[in-house]
Design a protein around this ligand. Structure first.
Ligand SMILES: *Cc1c(COP(=O)(O)O)cnc(C)c1O
Length: 569
């Protein structure tokens, strides 16, 4: 740590003429800033949290705005038959967040709704503070239904969702005013959920161009059906006068208020979250200029303790400047292996302690953790158990560790969990399989650091970016994935990991068959033999993941691109 002092971190803000006052407001339906604050569900929220952390590290003058979601998403338990049980999360808000005296008022469906706000500060590496504001409608005097709007992240029906988006967008802009922020001139919408903020800005300025100068929009969804939309006849009374008739055609599609169209209409800068996703978004929304900024992860958050110590020793300054992780090439292989072994022991102990699986420290361990939903094909790896057992008998033992929640209404996602449980029983220990309940940031960190390989099997082109593989790369864990999202940029075959299938999208079941074959084939002939019989080269691959991918796929690089391309222009 002494050497960290020699390497004085960067103190100036990358935004010129900074007077220390916030200039950018970052709106996100979910923010996962801290393992103790469960107001996130997955990738979108974790990205938002990592973005805020890097802004704090880089002195970028930004504030975060989100909903309180005091009951979180849900706590996942799984019974012995693989049925997901959804339990409420207990979260003692006042223990982690501070209630501020400022309030504001909005209208939902003609009713007045009062909002209060909770505060959290994230302190960056140079002590620069980025505040996050959590909006809360649970106030005496509000209608009973309205008091529940900020309780459940992604819960309830369409009406509940639109009410949440009114609070986030309209309430968010108003609360910043009530808090006394006068210097904010960029509003960044992290996904379309926050798009109603544009209508509140229009309400204030009465000038479309002026709103556009101030709005930045990041889209995260590569399929048209995935974009939030509401029947106009339903949305009009809900949103009220803020929804003007003058540009209604530009923001609706098939008589539906489309949040992505709304955000696109009012933003001077729009981006997708990986190069391929930018291209897909341009095809989805012809006529709009859509850039791409590839996602990243916050390096010091996702590097495990053993690798933190290793990097502190060999690469001082990596926390404030993760680009220099490129010099990981200079670390000797033995030390990389020792750090990995320590992270792996933590994962194996965790799994054995909770689930009594008898997993081994030395066996090849595949990690897979993500939302359990059809396009991610969580059961592709175990779809032919005989073949998997056969590979294990031929090349060496296989251990598989799973985690991931299915949305309460996603039955096919829930079926995947059941399917994994069925195979877990039928393989009878010939391939050891564990499913860690209640995937969250803490489990994500243990798994991405402790697995030997990180598996991802999205059906192309549905993975906008994906970020868990970047966390793995920060811990020297190679990824094995279909070529979609960030992996099209991050995969150098046999050097940073391996690909499954081709870049081409076929998008029918034959695609699944091809991908399954390729997955098993590469596991058997390339990956596992290298792990078991060519350890030197295996560790060389691990090291390249850090030097080539962690040095680039981090939120410091990403935030600097937003500063340059979106905020500052
Ligand atoms: C990183 C992370 C994600 C996102 O990972 P993907 O690769 O995009 O699926 C989701 N949930 C948690 C808890 C995470 O830590």
């Amino acid at each position: 740590m002494e050497r960290e002092l020699i390497n004085q971190p960067f103190k100036k803000s990358p935004i010129a003429n900074l007077d220390g006052k916030p200039k950018i407001a970052y709106f996100s339906m979910e923010i996962g800033i801290n393992e103790q604050i469960p107001t996130y569900s997955g990738g979108l929220g974790v990205l938002a949290g990592d973005t805020i952390k890097s802004c704090a590290d880089l002195n970028v003058p930004l504030v975060g705005v989100t909903l309180l979601s005091e009951k979180g998403y849900f706590y996942q338990k799984i019974d012995e038959n693989g049925n997901q049980l959804e339990m409420p999360i207990r979260f003692d808000v006042a223990n982690f967040l501070k209630l501020l005296p400022s309030t504001t008022k909005i209208k939902i469906d003609g009713r007045n709704v009062k909002l209060r706000v909770w505060h959290y500060q994230y302190k960056g590496i140079n002590d620069y503070m980025v505040p996050v504001f959590f909006l809360d409608s649970n106030i005496k005097g509000n209608d009973n239904w309205d008091r529940k709007i900020t309780k459940h992240l992604y819960g309830g029906d369409e009406k509940y969702r639109l009410a949440q988006e009114i609070i986030l967008g309209v309430g968010g802009v108003r609360i910043l005013k009530a808090l006394g922020y006068k210097t904010i001139d960029k509003y960044h919408m992290n996904e379309g959920h926050a798009a109603l903020l544009t209508l509140e800005l229009y309400n204030q300025f009465k000038d479309i161009e002026k709103v556009r100068e101030q709005c930045v929009f990041t889209t995260h969804t590569p399929v048209a059906a995935g974009h939030d939309h509401f029947d106009l006849s339903f949305a009009k009374p809900m949103v009220g006068d803020l929804l003007p008739d003058s540009f209604i055609n530009e923001i609706t599609f098939e008589n539906k208020l489309n949040m992505t169209k709304l955000a696109l209409f009012f933003s001077h800068y729009v981006n997708g979250v990986a190069k391929k996703h930018g291209e897909i978004s341009r095809n989805l929304f012809p006529g709009h200029s859509i850039d791409s900024i590839t996602n990243g992860v916050h390096s010091s958050t996702w590097v495990s303790k053993p690798f933190q110590r290793l990097f502190d020793k060999h690469i001082p300054g990596w926390r404030s400047d993760p680009f220099i992780l490129r010099s990981a090439f200079n670390i000797n292989k033995q030390e990389i292996w020792e750090s990995h072994s320590e992270a792996k022991r933590e994962l194996i102990d965790f799994v054995n302690g909770r689930y009594n699986k008898g997993m081994n420290y030395n066996d090849f361990t595949i990690g897979f953790a993500r939302r359990q939903t059809e396009y991610k094909r969580p059961d592709l790896l175990i779809s032919d158990p005989e073949r998997l057992i056969n590979i294990a008998e031929k090349v060496g033992p296989i251990q598989i560790i799973y985690a991931g929640k299915a949305h309460p209404k996603d039955n096919s996602g829930k079926n995947s969990i059941k399917h994994i449980y069925d195979v877990m029983k039928s393989t009878n220990g010939k391939v050891k399989i564990a499913f860690i309940h209640n995937y969250n940031m803490r489990i994500g960190k243990i798994m991405t650091a402790g697995s030997d390989i990180w598996l991802n099997t999205p059906r192309r082109p549905f993975e906008a970016s994906g970020t868990s593989g970047m966390k793995a790369a920060h811990n020297g864990v190679p990824q094995f994935s279909t070529l979609d999202g960030w992996w099209l940029e991050g995969c150098i075959e046999n050097i940073t990991g391996w690909s499954i299938g081709t870049e081409k999208t076929v998008n029918d079941s034959s695609d699944d068959n091809k991908d399954r074959n390729d997955l098993y084939h590469k596991l058997e002939t390339w990956i596992m033999p290298k792990f078991y019989k060519d350890r030197e080269n295996w560790i060389r691959t691990m090291r390249s993941c850090i030097a080539i991918n962690a040095s680039f796929f981090n939120t410091n690089r990403m935030v600097l691109q937003y500063v340059l391309n979106a905020y500052f222009m």
